[in-house]
Design a protein around this ligand. Sequence first.
Ligand SMILES: C[S@@+](CC[C@H](N)C(=O)[O-])C[C@H]1O[C@@H](n2cnc3c(N)ncnc32)[C@H](O)[C@@H]1O
Length: 193
Amino acid sequence: MDDTPQRFPDALPPLRSAALEAGFTMSCDERTGSLLAVLAAARPGGRILELGTGIGEGTAWLLSGMDQGSHLISVELDSAVQAVARAQLGSDPRVTFVTGDGGDWLEAYDGEPFDLVFADTWPGKFTHLDRALSLVTRGGTYLIDDLLPQSGWPEDHHDSVSQLLADLDARQDFHSVRLTWSTGLLMAVRTKS
Ligand SMILES: C[S@@+](CC[C@H](N)C(=O)[O-])C[C@H]1O[C@@H](n2cnc3c(N)ncnc32)[C@H](O)[C@@H]1O
């Protein structure tokens, strides 16, 4: 079976061109993107959080799966990078872009919890993990990628990833699955409040 995604968000080609031009290489893999779209589609009227907008490729995948009643908040530290996402996707009323540190945002956020959290930066993954997980609804999904070894990882990153996987597997309030697919994923679903 060829698992190359067959459907792509309309905004993906211009976002990819912008990423190439800007030298931004951290966008999610297209297989991860296709899974994001499916997970978003599984949540009609869903509340979705992306930590780390980047240039907006993950955002575009999420929006492509979301129905009209769903809403996405996407948080990014680098305003220049996020400006590309804002320009391409900002007219969609289903998305709110926040520029700022994801950790600060997680600590300050006091709104409704989320049905899907894509934690794609340090806060919510390697820091502020408990806080990010606390914002997942019962039955809601927490997804992380980039878990398979990559060239260019900092020296201690392998240990950080191993610890993160162990911490998530040890949680009694989430049921997790590890996927050695795409860049290496872990998907966790909240089973207890
Ligand atoms: C892996 S990229 C995100 C890719 C994007 N989610 C996608 O799927 O295309 C990680 C992003 O996190 C941003 N970032 C780094 N530190 C951050 C922080 N403390 N708070 C929020 N964003 C941060 C980086 O600027 C970078 O754009």
